[in-house]
Design a protein around this ligand. Structure first.
Ligand code: ADP
Ligand code: MG
Length: 257
């Protein structure tokens, strides 16, 4: 099977400053990659590169030719939505269809059906008339995932999420992890998720990328855990008081949130 995307010795810079370098990895269709690393390690910059918002300064980033731009969904790092954000949930999801509109200035029945289908799929069908700005953090993330799903005409192939769990309570995190896993395993969507929560992420993903302004590790969670570096990173991430430390994360009973 061909890789969905490949980075070869890629680096990304801002002016003279290198944000992240030494990127050398491939993702296969239906991989679930978690990108971890301290603040400023280059995680969001890498996502900008994958989204083609930034060109590699050196090296190469290539996509499988079957992956089209409009099959990629992106949830940026969250900034608080204004409480009076003036749109209903359905309108926010429908706005993902703007690029598909013909000459008529209205959304079609088809657009509305796709938007409702996407909302139902993410478990937010009952929210369609709510104001988007009034939603909880977890609800708004689900709605934005629905928007990404409704946007892709032939189905979403790649979902990119930048710290989607930030600010969510443990229950909302669990629900969001479950939704992302469902989209990955049942819908075959490749997932790239930036997260600080490596312990939970390791339950779900099949690839880990550790950045520290360069690629430090890329591989399977088991492999990550088998390295001194990986164990140290996991230990630090949970403050040394996590039941997972010193054991395999597989012995834990569920998402550690
Ligand atoms: P992370 O997402 O891991 O916190 P970023 O990719 O946002 O890291 O940032 C990596 C480095 O690039 C940091 O040193 C940051 O200050 C710098 N950086 C990020 N965005 C910009 C920008 N727009 N202009 C200049 N430097 C930037
Ligand atoms: Mg970031």
């Amino acid at each position: 099977m061909n890789a969905l995307l490949t980075l070869e010795s890629a680096s990304f810079t801002y002016g003279d400053k290198t944000a992240v370098e030494g990127l050398d990895f491939s993702l296969m269709p239906q991989d679930y990659l978690c990108v971890v690393g301290d603040n400023g390690s280059g995680k969001s910059t890498l996502l900008s590169g994958i989204l083609r918002l930034k060109q590699p300064h050196t090296g190469r980033l290539s996509y499988n030719e079957t992956l089209h731009r409009n099959q990629i969904g992106y949830l940026p790092q969250q900034h608080h939505v204004q409480g009076n954000f003036p749109a209903s949930v359905l309108e926010v999801v429908l706005s993902g269809r703007l690029g598909h509109k013909g000459p008529a200035p209205f959304y079609t029945k088809h657009d509305r059906a796709l938007a409702r289908e996407a909302l139902t799929l993410v478990g937010a069908g009952d929210l369609e008339q709510e104001w988007f700005g009034g939603l909880s953090g977890g609800q708004s993330q689900r709605v934005l995932i629905a928007r990404a799903l409704a946007t892709a005409p032939d189905g979403l192939k790649l979902l990119i999420l930048d710290e989607p769990m930030n600010g969510l309570d443990p229950h909302a995190r669990t629900l969001l992890y479950e939704l992302i896993r469902f989209l990955n395993t049942e819908r075959g969507i490749t997932v790239i998720m930036v997260t600080h929560d490596v312990n939970t992420a390791m339950h779900f993903c099949n690839r880990i990328l550790l950045l520290a302004t360069r690629q430090v590790f890329f591989g399977a969670p088991d492999e990550f855990e088998s390295t001194e570096l990986g164990r140290e990173f996991i230990r630090d991430a949970c403050g040394g008081n996590c039941a997972i430390c010193g054991f395999s994360h597989k012995h834990d009973e569920g998402p550690h949130v």
